[in-house]
Design a protein around this ligand. Structure first.
Ligand code: NAD
Length: 296
């Protein structure tokens, strides 16, 4: 069993840390928000005084933070790279920009550590149930060392390639999701104008060439998929603010790499409008209301 430092005990980090505790690991946790740390302690995490304090005896350092600058700050300013024993494995599960992810790998490697970027898919439910999809980027050696810990919090673990490849996979996947949810929402809006019922469109498209996850698992209108957030007044699920974050990361990566992503650019603007419409805390599938111009 390993000594794990877990830094960033928010909505995702706490259930992930709790699953590592359940598997028998010792988890020292730290979060800047005292209430979040207290909640994690109730789930078996040992409270550390600081991020560096959590890391000082750790074999594995996991971060689950809001942004790339937070990961870099925890690695450097908070002293985690200096505090951790040489040869420890650093696993960053945050969703961050590819450039910061590669910088985090370089910092870890220069400090004599192994590193993996491993953003996740599956949301808070997946974090609770340990069924996340883990998308890992880093060397073969680092991946081999990280794999048992990724498997402890996830159901599917994919080694996507070298440093930053996990983040690249995550933002490409979420750009597909962001765009496809808008396509499905436009189709239901058109169907409404044409007098076609939601169920009829669903029954046809879900078994035809329009079939996609946004339709069959996360349908943006109530009825056809009883578990979708549309049936629960668009309570997230996956908040529109988080979708906007990921869409912006995709556009940043497209600009830096020279990729042309016109649908991604348009979708990013629509999620920005959805957020400024006061819906940042609603599920992203509520974008159908923006497309309709009304809630029903
Ligand atoms: P959250 O805001 O609930 O948690 C982030 C935590 O990090 C907070 O508790 C905050 O206090 C802490 N924190 C910030 N800076 C810190 C620092 N310097 N030191 C210690 N703690 C610090 O966010 P979340 O929903 O748990 O998401 C975490 C990451 O996972 C994000 O990158 C997000 O994009 C990604 N993600 C979230 C979901 C989701 O459904 N919530 C799904 C997939 C991926």
């Amino acid at each position: 069993m390993a000594n794990i430092a877990f830094i960033g005990l928010g909505n995702m980090g706490t259930p992930m840390a709790a699953n590592l505790v359940k598997k028998g690991h010792t988890v020292a946790g730290f979060d800047l928000t005292p209430a979040n740390l207290e909640f994690a302690v109730k789930r078996g995490v040992k409270a550390a005084k600081s991020a560096a304090d959590a890391a000082k005896t750790a074999d594995v350092i996991i971060t689950m933070l809001p942004s790339g600058k937070d990961t870099i700050a925890v690695y450097t300013k908070a002293g985690v790279l200096d505090a951790a024993p040489k040869g420890a494995i650093f696993i960053d599960c945050s969703t961050i920009d590819v450039t910061s992810a590669r910088q985090a790998h370089e910092l870890a490697s220069n400090a004599g550590m192994l590193a993996i970027d491993s953003p996740v898919s599956g949301g808070i439910g997946g974090a609770e149930a340990a069924t996340l999809t883990m998308m890992a980027g880093g060397s073969k050696d680092a991946f081999a060392k990280a794999k048992p810990f990724l498997e402890a919090v996830g159901k599917k673990v994919v080694h996507c390639g070298d440093a930053g490849a996990g983040q690249a996979a995550k933002i490409c996947n979420n750009m597909i999701l962001g765009i496809s949810m808008i396509a499905v929402s436009e189709a239901f809006t058109l169907a409404e104008k044409l007098g076609l019922s939601h169920q009829a469109l669903y029954d046809v498209a879900s078994t035809s060439s329009g079939q996609c996850w946004a339709l069959t698992s996360y349908c943006p209108v109530p009825g056809p998929v009883p578990t979708s957030p549309a049936n629960n007044n668009y309570k997230p699920g996956f908040a529109s603010a988080l979708m906007l974050k990921d869409m912006k990361l995709s556009q940043e990566a497209a600009a830096q790499s020279g990729a042309t992503t016109p649908m991604g650019a348009a979708a990013t603007q629509l999620y920005a409008l959805h957020n400024s419409w006061g819906e940042s805390a609603s599920d992203f599938s509520g974008i159908i209301n923006l497309i309709r111009g009304k809630t029903q």
